[in-house]
Design a protein around this ligand. Structure first.
Ligand code: ACO
Ligand code: ZN
Length: 292
C-alpha cells in the first residue's frame, strides 16, 4: 500500500458540489488529506479548483474569472465546444481534472504527471458560460496506437450520447493525424459498453455508405483494412464492430473468414440509433492540426 492507498482508505468524500448539482462519487481520489476528510467537496465548474467548504466556494465564485476551460477552442457547433488543454501549459487545471475524473474511475489513473498529455474538454454553453460535460485525455507522443487514455462523462450528463460524441471526436483527431487508434486498456465496464456500441454503430454507417455507393449486383468489395482506414479504428476494433452485427462468417468449405452483411439489420440499427436524437459530430467544424 503506497501513500495513495492509505489516503484513499480514509477518504470520506461522498459527493461533490459542482455548479448547482450535488453528484455522488463512485470511487476515491487522492485529494490532500484535509479535503478527503470532508464528505462533500466543492469544485468550481469552470477552473475545477477544489474547495472544502461552502464559504470558500462562495468566495471563489465571486472572484473566479474563468467561464470556460483554458486552452484552445478547436471545435464549436451550436452550443457544444471542445477545448484542447495542454498538460504542460495548464498543469493545475489538468491535475484538478484528473482528480475529478478519478472519483468516477475505479482503475489507477495519473494525477500529477499531466505534462505528457493533451486534454479534450467538452462543454455546453449558455449565457452564464461553458459548462463542463466530459473529457478525454490523450498522450502527446506515444509509440503505441492509443488515441484515448481516459474518458469521462460527468454522471449528470451520462446516457445522453455525449460519451459517444467524445469517442467520435477522438477518432476524428486520429483520422486527421492519418493514423489508427484504440482506447488504452483495460477499459472499465462502462468504457467497454460505450466503445462496443461505438464500434458497432460506426460499422453500420460505413456499411450503409458502401451499400449506397455500390453497384446493383449486390457485391461490394469491403475489407477489414479498408474499414480501418476509413474509420481510424484498429483492425481488431473493426472486427469487434462487425462481430456485433454477426457479419464475420466462416466458410465451412474453405475455412476462411469473410464479411457478410445483413443489410436490413444495419439499416434497423441506424434507424434505432438516430431515433435517440443524440448530438452528432460535424467533422468540418474541427479547427485543428496535429502536433508533429
Ligand atoms: N449501461 C449500458 N450501456 C451503456 C452505458 C451503461 N451505463 N453507458 C454507455 N452505454 C452504451 C449504450 O449503448 C449507450 O447508448 P444508449 O444510452 O442510447 O443505450 C452508448 O454506450 C452511448 O452512451 P453515451 O450516453 O454516449 O455514454 P456516456 O455519455 O454515458 O459516457 C462513459 C460513457 C464515458 C464511459 C461514462 O459511462 C463514464 O464516464 N463512466 C465513468 C468513467 C469510465 O468508466 N470511463 C471509461 C474508462 S476506460 C478509458 O478511459 C479508456
Ligand atoms: Zn473557478
Amino acid at each position: 500500500a503506497d501513500d495513495h492507498g492509505r489516503l484513499q482508505s480514509i477518504s470520506k468524500i461522498r459527493a461533490i458540489r459542482f455548479s448547482n448539482y450535488e453528484i455522488e462519487t463512485w470511487y476515491t481520489a487522492p485529494y490532500p488529506e484535509e479535503y478527503n476528510r470532508r464528505s462533500l467537496l466543492f469544485i468550481c465548474e469552470y477552473c475545477l479548483k477544489y474547495m472544502s467548504s461552502e464559504y470558500v466556494n462562495w468566495r471563489h465564485q465571486l472572484k473566479c474569472p474563468a467561464r470556460h476551460p483554458p486552452g484552445d477552442e478547436i471545435y464549436r457547433s451550436g452550443d457544444v465546444s471542445i477545448f484542447e488543454v495542454d498538460g504542460r501549459k495548464n498543469p493545475m487545471y489538468c491535475q484538478n481534472l484528473c482528480l475529478l475524473a478519478k472519483l468516477f474511475l475505479g482503475s489507477k489513473t495519473l494525477y500529477y504527471d499531466v505534462e505528457p498529455f493533451l486534454f479534450y474538454i467538452m462543454t455546453e454553453t449558455d449565457d452564464r458560460g461553458c459548462h463542463f460535460v466530459g473529457y478525454f485525455s490523450k498522450e502527446k507522443l506515444t509509440t503505441s496506437n492509443y488515441n484515448v487514455s481516459c474518458i469521462l462523462t460527468l454522471p449528470i450528463y451520462q446516457r445522453k450520447g455525449y460519451g459517444n460524441f467524445l469517442i467520435s471526436f477522438s477518432y476524428l483527431l486520429t483520422r486527421t493525424e492519418g493514423k489508427v487508434g484504440t482506447p488504452e486498456k483495460p477499459l472499465s465496464d462502462l468504457g467497454l459498453l460505450s466503445y462496443r456500441n461505438y464500434w458497432k454503430q460506426t460499422m453500420c454507417y460505413q456499411l450503409h455508405e458502401i451499400f449506397e455507393s455500390g453497384s446493383d449486383s449486390g457485391t461490394n468489395t469491403i475489407s477489414i483494412a479498408k474499414l480501418s482506414e476509413r474509420t481510424g479504428m484498429t483492425s481488431d476494433d473493426v472486427v469487434c464492430g462487425l462481430e456485433a452485427l454477426n457479419a464475420i462468417v466462416r466458410d465451412p468449405r474453405t475455412g476462411r473468414y469473410a464479411i457478410r452483411v445483413d443489410r436490413a439489420l444495419v439499416e434497423l440499427a441506424i434507424a434505432k440509433w438516430e431515433a435517440k436524437g443524440y448530438i452528432r459530430l460535424e467533422p468540418d467544424k474541427l479547427i485543428w492540426t496535429p502536433l508533429v
